[in-house]
Ligand binder design. Sequence first.
Ligand SMILES: C[S@@+](CC[C@H](N)C(=O)[O-])C[C@H]1O[C@@H](n2cnc3c(N)ncnc32)[C@H](O)[C@@H]1O
Length: 361
Amino acid sequence: MRIVDLKIEDIAFGGKGVGREQGKAIFVPYTIEAELVSAEIVREKKQFAEAELVEVKESSPHRVTPKCPYFGRCGGCAYQHIDYEHQLAIKWRQVRNVLQRIGKLRDIPLRPIIPSPKQYEYRNRITVHAQNGMIGFFRRDSHRLIDIERCPISCDEVNQALTELRERNPPDGHFTLRTFSSRRVFSQTNDQVATALRDLIADLVPANQDLLIDAYCGAGFFAKALLNKFKRVVGIDWDKFAIAAAKENATEKETYIAGDVEEELGRLNLTALNSQVSRRKTDDSAVMTLIVDPPAIGLSVSVRRAILDLAPATLIYVSCNPATLARDLKELHGKFTIDSVTPLDMFPQTAEIEVAVHLHA
Ligand SMILES: C[S@@+](CC[C@H](N)C(=O)[O-])C[C@H]1O[C@@H](n2cnc3c(N)ncnc32)[C@H](O)[C@@H]1O
């Protein structure tokens, strides 16, 4: 395929640099905006093309040496070649752009991004794959494995577990390696940023309320940190192991439901809510907070509808995918006002972005 010279204009959501040839976008991984590069086109579509970096001809002052020998081949990290401050600037800008473009939002109350205290060695769990004697991660844009001996964004304990797994010559399959402290059920991946997220939410949620609904609650990470602000707390998650963990040490005011948010949120709306909230029935939504922390696909149409019906006074939306967040906010924005949008860097060196949005009805 042919080689082109490009000026990189921006870093797209997902981490690839974007240059243009006669107006057509060409995506080149491992580049930085303002760099002049030559790149080989490897896939050409009508609207855009994908290319591989051949040479950086004029490099960005933000370019640094990656710490990982697998960087560029492993599918995990996208930004090890960019200094950390600039990674944060890119992610902040991407959140703003995606909320404007997909969410059609204007005057977004976007706060500064919360950085990760650790820029490497932060992951408390990884899932590696074993196949034909190879143990590692998938290569970028592929289902082929790259053999990995050590992952520099993972903490020592996880890397120790990886060494032990490799020594055992495991059968083909998927293996999740965790620190002792991270539970078997879903837990946030970067302990320090998870604490910052939990503290942020504790700051945003007003005190003296009746009911907290923590949808997609996992083991109750947010619910348990907010107990002192509510009379009743209801958590919903379809992972019954997570719900069992949430029920351990649960106080009387906590109820955890093992079920699909899709069904349970609407059900709560119709029945359980009125009996659990002890205020006058006409005004029950005025004293309720709803937290949603869905997986990357975001909220389904019916969950969005249930939230609009529920009309909680405070709505906190925690997202690991700004694109689905933007789609959902576009609809929720009709009924709710956005008070703040805070990006958090839960996953340094990768293109992943976590965002916490505070809304009120
Ligand atoms: C991003 S995690 C959030 C977990 C939790 N908030 C925490 O901080 O530990 C998403 C959670 O949603 C749950 N989940 C995904 N889809 C669901 C659904 N349709 N109904 C109920 N739970 C769901 C998963 O089991 C997982 O625990």
